[in-house]
Design a protein around this ligand. Sequence first.
Ligand code: DX5
Ligand code: ZN
Length: 224
Amino acid sequence: MKKYIVAPSILTANFLDLKKDLDNLQDAGIEWIHYDVMDYNFVPNLSFGPKILSDIVNKYNFKMDLHLMVKIVNLSVEEYLKPFVLKNVEQITLHFEALSETQIEDFIEFCQKNNLKASLSINPNTEVKEIEKYLSKIQNVLVMSVQPGFGGQSFIPNSVDKIKELQKIKQENNYSYLVQVDGGINQETYKLVQQAGVDMIVAGSYLVGENISNLRERVVNLEG
Ligand code: DX5
Ligand code: ZN
């Protein structure tokens, strides 16, 4: 089975103990951190922004995978994203459903200019064909396997077919994007997305939180 990346989401951390969780992830050999930004507008929850991101990248060497569940209003895409362009930020995901066509074009251009991987996410109710025209221009597609907004929800199985469809389109057209999945991944559901050919798995509550004692074991488990 092919190798993929496991990127823990720190959304389910106890933020008073964030350093402890990040140290544990570092000790467990984690290379990528998935950083969920929420705005109480696109999703009914609020998380963290550029300040905590800046504190993390100044202290750790994780590659940062930013997942912005936000609408961009009153600011240009560039103005909104600029504060997030920090050391080790490698990839930024925005949601197809949250943006206008012009904003998507601006986003892709912004990432090119700033040497970032541009990633578009689709919600469980959005079909792959809706983002087809962008697939030649982006470096990653994030398939949501839960409704965005909260950690700890159950995996929605229609994401498996979307992963397969995206890998098929990629192969047929010689595109270069990776396929990532986010939501409800645990010791059982990872097998479904692994078989579908996923390139990067996000896992929140399965890897991060106060009750996780056997982290390294869980990571090895998810790595298949
Ligand atoms: C949900 C976030 C996810 C979340 C995953 O809106 O985008 O990254 O933290 O958490 P789990 O793995 O618990 O579903
Ligand atoms: Zn996420």
